[in-house]
Design a binder for this molecule. Structure first.
Ligand code: HEC
Length: 118
């Protein structure tokens, strides 16, 4: 009986540690040098919405309640997710077809998409 309780505590502690290390991996919010007059939501609507609102071709969906679409992707880290948005990934086109977006703009759009999916 006591042994079982100890085991439970150990399991809980281990998962707590796992959680803490995930939190440590998250990057501090960087001050992005976005383009002049840049608006993440507006750019998202113009360039990314077509695929990411419906999940066309397997795109991770954006909108309330879609956090689960993003969690597994964010496991590789925010920088890797942003890099995939910049370089493209399978049927996801490079820069998400926003050719006047710089890298900081794309990062800001990705941050917007993730925040909008909580
Ligand atoms: C033509 C459709 C299309 C458009 C337009 C599009 N995406 Fe995507 N996007 C996809 C698809 C499909 C995937 C999933 C790719 C995969 O997992 O193989 C994806 C995946 C992603 C991911 C996840 C990358 C990862 O590491 O898992 C991000 C971030 C992303 N898109 C950002 C954007 C942004 C930002 C825009 C607009 C500037 C955009 N997308 C426009 C189709 C699109």
């Amino acid at each position: 009986m006591l042994h079982k309780t100890m085991k439970m505590i150990l399991v809980m502690m281990t998962s707590l540690f796992a959680f803490a290390s995930i939190a440590d991996d998250t990057q501090p919010l960087q001050l992005a040098q976005t383009s002049e007059g840049f608006d993440a939501e507006q750019k998202y609507m113009a360039s990314c919405f077509a695929c990411h609102s419906t999940g066309a071709a397997g795109a991770p969906k954006v909108g309330p309640g879609n956090a689960g679409e993003w969690e597994p992707r964010l496991e590789k880290g925010m920088d890797a997710v942003v890099a995939n948005a910049i370089n493209g990934m399978n049927t996801m086109p490079p820069k998400g077809l926003c050719f006047d977006c710089n890298d900081a703009d794309l990062r800001a759009i990705v941050e917007y998409m993730i925040a909008a999916s909580e």
